[in-house]
Design a binder for this molecule. Structure first.
Ligand code: NDG
Length: 302
């Protein structure tokens, strides 16, 4: 009834070893590769602007809508929020983006981190408004964070990097696939480096190549945050990750990571749903409903 979550090939779950399946890498100490950029801090209103676009992937007749939100003062107006409020990850809660965003007074919000669809556990690193909610133990997946001094961080982090208190993370969330690094598509390298167990839409190559609804976050040359969301349906419409990366690059994004997508991909303005989700409603299969998801990115007044 959901936007397809594909089973692993031949019934081999993520825990069974398989010749082609790498073990996930846990890096406890030292520096793993990432990029940093000073965030913009424009004092003037508004804190953010949001625009709608229509996908224009060459050769495709099934077009969908998407949203780009530009955040002018990320350090003061962007938060990673747990599902349903503080403590949501610990309680293995899921909540719609509308619920979490409405309660927190977000002007704009979109889904963020991946979760285990059976246990509802939030996956990866989560730092929310200066509170370390959980760390992933150094698992290698694409990260987005903001440090206390406003530095934007995109890429891979060791557990030590995540826990470092000299200039601590005030916001941090994990995605899957580093889409753009220094203005270049970084998907080939991500396919080799990243843990495949953080997402449930088939193997990592399929996950990257399939068209679907997508959510991403990046930054431009001025250090503004760029939030990206595009509607879709896994295997039918939307964008694959190569197309998302090209689209972001064309629009001036320098570093970007992919966040939870598919039926989780959701965009909310002023507490109201502003995207077309792909999951069918539990109550009536004819209609589409927003999925209850894990963490969100919330743009709020300063
Ligand atoms: C979405 C994701 C899936 C993930 C699940 C829970 C895509 C295309 O949400 O990988 O496991 O986080 O991003 N699908 O269905």
């Amino acid at each position: 009834e959901d936007d397809v979550l594909l089973p692993y090939a031949h019934g081999h779950g993520p825990s069974r070893s398989h010749r082609q399946v790498r073990e996930c890498q846990y890096v406890a100490h030292g520096n793993t590769t990432h990029e940093t950029w000073p965030s913009s801090n424009h004092g003037g209103l508004p804190v953010a602007e949001s625009s709608v676009f229509v996908s224009d992937v060459p050769g495709r007749s099934t077009w969908v809508y998407g949203h780009m939100t530009v955040v002018h003062d990320p350090l003061r107006s962007l938060s990673v929020l747990e599902p349903g409020g503080p403590g949501g990850c610990g309680m293995k809660k899921l909540a719609s983006v509308e619920e979490t965003a409405e309660a927190a007074g977000c002007l704009y919000a979109q889904n963020a981190g991946f979760f285990n669809t059976s246990s509802h556990q939030c996956l990866g690193n989560v730092v929310s408004d200066g509170r370390l909610v959980q760390d992933s133990g150094g698992v290698q997946n694409a990260q987005f964070g903001i440090r206390k001094d406003g530095t934007l961080v995109f890429g891979y982090l060791s557990q030590e990097d995540v826990l470092d208190q000299s200039n601590p993370f005030v916001q941090l969330v994990s995605g899957v696939m580093w889409l753009l690094r220094n203005g270049e598509v970084y998907i080939n390298r991500s396919l080799e480096a990243e843990c495949d167990k953080t997402q449930e839409t088939g193997k990592l190559n399929f996950f990257a190549d399939v068209v679907s609804a997508r959510t991403a976050v990046g930054h431009d040359a001025e250090g503004r945050l760029i939030l990206f969301q595009i509607d879709g349906q896994t295997g039918t419409r939307g964008m694959n990750l190569w197309q998302v990366a090209e689209f972001l690059k064309k629009n001036g994004v320098i570093n970007a990571i992919n966040l939870d997508g598919g039926g989780s991909s959701t965009f909310v303005t002023d507490g109201a749903l502003a995207s077309y989700p792909s999951d069918h409603c539990h109550s009536d299969n004819r209609w589409r409903c927003a999925r209850r998801i894990s963490t969100i990115l919330c743009v709020h007044p300063r």
